[in-house]
Design a binder for this molecule. Structure first.
Ligand code: ZN
Ligand code: ZN
Length: 364
């Protein structure tokens, strides 16, 4: 792509190239996909793309914002019922089929489309075309995600490492962390922070409780900032004072499991193989049943997006992918350990975007 081209023009061209041959009209209905394609942030928008045209549909509330994101070859259509209007566009442009993002169209919407399109225009459920495109970040997007992670790292340093957490409740620490991120310019948290002490840390998606954090325990902290639309995601397991040998051993094991996976992150690496590197090591240490989630996921405008690293992954890593590497060991009724890095895949290997040390910090 030429340095002078506009990201929207590049992205529309990439989407067009990803469509099956045959000249249909593809509907992009996911609002984050619409934002990625056009830059428009809207609660009601749709993009339709054919081999020779592209239309941005939204309602009158977004007319001014939509006007500002238009590029050559992208036409604005103001309508009330966007799906009906998009179906009418399909008839007007004379395409033979419309390509629908299958997980994003409800039965009711499909029936509505059938009513407009009749029998002449086929409705073809396709994959979510934009997912694979969004997964490959531009250099500018990588820097935005790096900036979100740097902001989150600074908030963690202030709230967890400097202020300390012993005696504060999980909910208080979560709120404090959110406040520290917002104060530094984050628009939002990427997801509800996890602050989980002791046995509560054995729940991979624990919600922060109104329970004071004790001394001498492990605390799983998983948090992220959203900045300029892009998310960060990181986990650290910290110790509130000295912890017993078992906790130290499990933390060291998880760290090692992360190292072996990080060593496999490369252009062309298979998502299953990267996951297996961590998983096999954890299983060999007798914890096969204690690591029940995938190793990692893509991060971008959404905190969970393509590609993924798991036993069922069908992903092959490409330059520009950003993934998490987050092995964990969860011992029900005892404690949990997870360590998560945010990593950009580059031709020179992994670039770790998290700046925080990975060893278990001992905090007050
Ligand atoms: Zn996370
Ligand atoms: Zn994650």
């Amino acid at each position: 792509m030429s340095p002078s081209s506009h990201p929207t023009a590049d992205r529309l061209a990439a989407l067009r190239a990803a469509l099956p041959d045959g000249g249909g009209l593809a509907f992009v209905t996911d609002l984050i996909d619409v934002r990625w394609l056009t830059g428009l942030q809207s609660s009601n928008a749709l993009v339709a793309v054919s081999p020779d045209g592209a239309w941005l549909l939204t309602d009158f509330r977004y007319r001014t914002a939509a006007d500002e994101v238009l590029v050559d070859g992208l036409e604005l259509v103001i309508a009330t019922d966007l799906l009906t209007r998009a179906a009418e566009l399909a008839k007007e442009t004379g395409v033979g089929e419309v390509l629908l993002p299958k997980e994003k169209i409800t039965l009711a919407e499909d029936a509505k489309l059938a009513g407009v399109l009749g029998d002449d225009i086929a409705r073809t459920p396709g994959p979510r075309f934009v997912d694979a495109l969004r997964a490959v970040k531009t250099a500018e997007e990588v820097e935005k995600i790096a900036a979100a992670q740097a902001l989150a790292d600074a908030a963690f340093t202030e709230v967890i490492l400097e202020k300390g957490i012993i005696g504060r409740t999980e909910a208080e620490v979560a709120l404090d962390l959110e406040f520290a991120m917002r104060r530094r310019g984050a628009e939002a948290v990427s997801f509800e922070s996890i602050i989980a002490a002791g046995a509560h840390g054995a729940l991979p998606h624990a919600h922060p409780r109104d329970v004071a954090i004790p001394a001498g325990e492990l605390v799983v902290i998983d948090w992220g900032a959203q900045l300029d639309g892009y998310c960060s995601d990181c986990t650290r397991t910290v110790a509130t004072g000295p912890v017993d040998e078992k906790r130290q051993e499990v933390h060291a094991l998880v760290r090692e499991a992360q190292d072996v996976a990080l060593a496999k992150i490369a252009v062309g690496a298979d998502g299953k193989a990267v996951d297996a590197a961590s998983r096999d090591l954890i299983a060999a240490a007798g914890h096969a049943d204690h690591f029940g989630h995938g190793l990692g996921h893509g991060v971008g405008l959404e905190v969970h997006e393509a590609p993924n690293l798991s036993p069922r992954s069908q992903s092959t890593l490409e330059a520009g992918h950003i993934v998490t590497v987050e092995p964990g060991v969860y011992l029900p009724g005892e404690f949990g350990v997870r360590v998560e890095e945010l990593v950009a895949v580059t031709p020179d290997g992994p670039r770790i975007l998290t700046s925080l040390p990975r060893e278990a910090a001992v905090v007050s």
